[in-house]
Design a binder for this molecule. Structure first.
Ligand code: ADP
Ligand code: MG
Length: 413
């Protein structure tokens, strides 16, 4: 079906055409008519299948200029909130609305003026609550509430904040939930603040991302060598390597860099300005490899990511699905490889129980002695006289670090 076939404002349609969308995706086709009609919806469809547009269009169409905040989107990470804002801005190019991103790490007063003019707020829960407490955000006229990555937003870490925010919105609002994974208990929880929602689930075979997934077993000592060998074999144009901890993300990116691989780390222990700079440069393709914790596992839409490596195996099946969903977006293909050490077996079993697509793989001819090992201290030894550690006791890389040219050939070890 085409976007023209349903009741969308021509000004929004024009912007949608500018984005190059021709046909609606499955989730857009099913959710849009209902959502535009003001009915509560739950939309579950695979990663990269266009859920953002499925809620952005009803939001833009549903708000009126100059009448205060009427819609709010809650996101689990700052980067996702920024990306969603960006999308809403693009879609409201001709039908102008005020959108503001409200997120931590940015000085709060910067957001005051944006909030005064906004009809749509996109934010992370902590900072939204902050504004509510200060009285700089008023949600009493909210007509529409969206929880993107809904299962994450309703799990233990966020549920309290979310219910506090929801309490500030009117009862007769429209509530919309989206995610690629919505476990049953979360769905039950969601029922508490929705009004007879219509539930849309993409069948498994529709728009399922085409990711070839394997895992390779290796001893703990050879883990880093295996990663180097895989990078050499796969020669990815653009890849994300996931770790489970901030410190491992730091250590890994520095070690890759030592081996002339242009890799940068992003995680929650970095200053927000740095996080944004790194994301921006990765999006632009200025360097090929991003080492990330799960701050980058949800929702981020980066064109051209060809490979996902799990250097650490994620603790549950949902995280796994979201991590590998950073590749193969909007109908493209991708490759995902887990580097499995004995300490990852428990996690791997949990993933395997839910997703049978992950196949074992043997790396023929892998010889760890060809590659240098990992060092846990790179560059400066530690904080010198009064300088600070950042993150959890990990010294920041302070050596001169020039960017290697993009696409520079993999080194010969
Ligand atoms: P999800 O939230 O489901 O993971 P996104 O909303 O981030 O997915 O969309 C993934 C990609 O698909 C984006 O780059 C977006 O621009 C693109 N996209 C969305 N809808 C369409 C469409 N109807 N036709 C073509 N591309 C689309
Ligand atoms: Mg999304």
């Amino acid at each position: 079906m085409k976007f023209e076939e349903i009741n969308i404002d021509p000004l929004i349609l024009k912007a949608v055409r500018d984005l190059g969308y021709k046909e609606m995706t499955f989730i857009q086709e099913s959710v849009l008519p209902t959502a535009l009609g003001g009915i509560d919806v739950v939309g579950q469809s695979p990663t990269g299948s266009g859920k953002t547009a499925a809620f952005s269009i009803p939001l833009i169409q549903g708000v009126e200029r100059g009448k205060g905040v009427q819609a709010i989107v809650l996101s689990p990470t700052r980067e996702l909130a920024l990306q969603t804002t960006d999308m809403i801005k693009k879609m409201s190019k001709y039908r102008r609305v005020g959108v503001v991103t409200v997120y931590g790490g940015q000085p709060i007063n910067v957001q005051f003026s944006g909030l005064r003019k906004a009809e749509i707020v996109v934010g992370t829960p902590g900072r939204v609550l902050d504004h509510l407490r200060r009285g700089t955000l008023d949600l009493s006229n909210v007509k529409m509430l969206v929880l993107d990555e809904a299962d994450r937003m309703l799990d233990m870490g966020f549920i309290q904040d979310i219910s506090n925010i929801i309490r500030h919105t009117p009862r007769n609002r429209q509530t919309m939930l989206f995610s690629a994974t919505i476990p049953r208990e979360i769905m039950r929880l969601a029922g508490r603040f929705m009004k007879r929602p219509k539930i849309f689930r993409a069948r498994d075979d529709v728009e399922k991302p085409k990711v070839k997934q394997t895992y390779i077993e290796v001893g703990k000592k050879e883990k880093f060598q295996m990663l180097l060998a895989l990078l050499k074999r796969e020669n990815p144009t653009s890849a994300i390597i996931f770790t489970n901890t901030k410190s491992m993300a730091d250590i890994l990116s520095k070690n890759l860099y030592r081996n002339r691989i242009n890799a940068w780390a992003i995680h929650g222990g970095l200053k927000q300005s740095r996080r944004e700079r790194i994301m921006e440069r990765f999006r632009r393709g200025e360097f090929p490899i991003l080492v990330a914790t799960d701050v980058a596992s949800r929702g981020l839409d980066i064109t051209g990511v060809s490979h996902i490596f799990n250097y650490d195996i994620p603790p549950n099946a949902e995280d796994y699905i979201h991590r590998i969903g950073r590749t193969a977006r909007a109908g493209r293909t991708g490759r995902a490889i887990c580097i499995l050490c004995p300490d990852g077996h428990d996690n791997m079993r949990r993933i395997h129980a839910e997703y049978k697509d992950v196949k074992p793989e043997v790396f023929e001819g892998f010889d760890p002695s060809e590659y240098p090992g990992i060092k846990f201290r790179v560059g400066r030894r530690g904080p010198k006289n009064g300088k600070k550690y950042h993150g959890k006791g990990v010294p920041r890389f302070r050596g001169r670090r020039r960017s290697l040219p993009f696409g520079s050939p993999m080194p010969k070890w």
